[in-house]
Design a binder for this molecule. Structure first.
Ligand code: NIG
Ligand code: FE
Length: 408
């Protein structure tokens, strides 16, 4: 049996439980001073305070009196893509909007062209590098979407790459099928046919290969309408894919209301979410997965996170790592923005990037908190307390990352 004993923890900060926290519970985390954690065979076996016990054959790691939290969970990434889009920066600086760039053939379509050209091996190498970087920032579990293939062969290729990475990389990666990310150029005049392809050809193949857990759709002006999004998500349900939805990112066309109606596990972005959307999500038990680094990159406003917490919607936060609207995979920056822009407390923010993020990808029974029975995924921070990591901006403060009881 492999054992890791983490001692001399100045502050252990963690949410508790196996389900998303909402309302006042989102900020009600456990703080233990002078703590220790024992991990056995990758699973947390004991948590205590005061003098650590002597454990035979355990590898002892001294946390140096620092902060320890659960490994962070990045619940929303577009990890698999070819190329980058630094060429769009100049257009942005000259005032072109995200949708103008997309409609001019840039945006998702240009990344689709690059992703179709890339081999599975090339995509794997590129994504593995991103995963290494994410782990260096303290992320131990992430979600990854397809959505830059937009053709059966290439959507399946992307999901296969995620599966391969899961087998070879220490990160736990939860796969989402997002064939409905954009109507690709060749179907622009025949969008019904593309939606048919997504629902009747891609989804059955995804189910047969067992390579996705969720189905996501970009419900947005000039992309997929509310009715088209409903059609895609209902078809996904038939194939065992739980619904997620990119909603209210740029225009509020009704995506958050749909999320509540359809009982999506999560709705993403919600930058311009109206009160009716918040109400619908609260009723439908939807987790709001907020992506503040995207607001930052788009120069947009920030989602009404406080209204969501007040309305009893559990709030998660993630990076949205992608080559266009958010070329950022640093979840620590998201933590900063959660406090500074959403005005969430450090405790609410910690829950948003651990337990609630885990719940948004149906992993809250395994990760997202430091408790007996959960995976031994932990971060030792170069920080004395939780406030410090929320307040310091621009440095990587993750000192040691532990995945299933192993030092990374
Ligand atoms: O979440 N909104 C849709 N998808 C991504 C952006 C994709 C891209 O720009 O390549 C997002 O923002
Ligand atoms: Fe996204």
């Amino acid at each position: 049996m492999s054992k890791l004993l983490l001692t001399n923890i100045g502050m252990l900060a963690t949410p508790q439980g196996s389900a998303a926290k909402k309302g006042p519970e989102q900020g009600a985390i456990q703080i233990l001073k002078d703590a220790w954690v024992l991990v056995e065979d990758g699973v947390i076996a004991q948590v205590g305070t005061g003098a650590a016990p002597a454990v035979a054959d355990a590898k002892v790691v001294d946390a140096g009196g620092n902060l320890v939290t659960p490994g962070l969970v990045d619940a929303h990434t577009h990890l698999i893509f070819g190329g980058w889009r630094q060429n769009e920066l100049g257009m942005k600086l000259h005032g072109k909007t995200y949708l103008e760039i997309q409609n001019a053939g840039g945006g998702i379509q240009s990344t689709t062209n690059a992703t179709r050209k890339a081999s599975a091996e090339e995509l794997t190498e590129k994504a593995a590098k991103a995963l290494d970087e994410m782990m260096g920032f303290g992320v131990t579990t992430c979600e990854a979407k397809s959505g830059y293939g937009l053709a059966t062969e290439h959507e399946l290729k992307a999901l296969q790459v995620i599966k391969n990475l899961n087998d070879r990389h220490p990160m736990d990666i939860v796969p989402t099928f997002m064939g409905a990310h954009l109507v690709p150029a060749e179907y622009k005049q025949n969008r019904e046919e593309y939606i048919r392809l997504v629902c009747e050809e891609m989804m059955p193949a995804v189910k047969e290969q067992g390579i996705a857990k969720f189905c996501d759709v970009f419900c947005e002006a000039d992309t997929f309408t509310v009715e088209e999004s409903r059609q895609v998500l209902e078809a996904g349900l038939k194939y065992g894919l739980r619904p997620k939805i990119h909603a209210d990112e740029i225009e509020a066309i009704g995506g958050s209301q749909l999320a509540g109606e359809i009982g999506a596990i999560s709705a993403e972005h919600l930058i311009v979410c109206p009160p009716e959307g918040i109400e619908s999500m609260a009723k439908g038990g939807v987790i709001a997965c907020l992506l503040p680094a995207t607001s930052f990159n788009l120069g947009a406003v920030f989602a009404p996170a406080r209204d969501m917490v007040n309305a009893g919607v559990p709030v998660a936060m993630a990076t949205d790592f992608n080559p266009g609207s958010c070329p950022c995979l640093n979840l620590q920056f998201v933590i900063n923005l959660g406090c500074l822009k959403y005005k969430l407390t450090p405790e609410e923010v910690l829950t948003a990037v651990t337990l609630n993020a885990a719940a948004a990808i149906d992993m809250a029974d395994k990760v997202g908190s430091v408790e007996v029975g959960k995976q031994g995924d932990l971060v030792i921070w170069d920080a004395p307390d939780l406030d410090y990591i929320c307040y310091r901006v621009g440095s990587n403060l993750a000192k040691t990352v532990i995945k299933r009881g192993e030092l990374i």
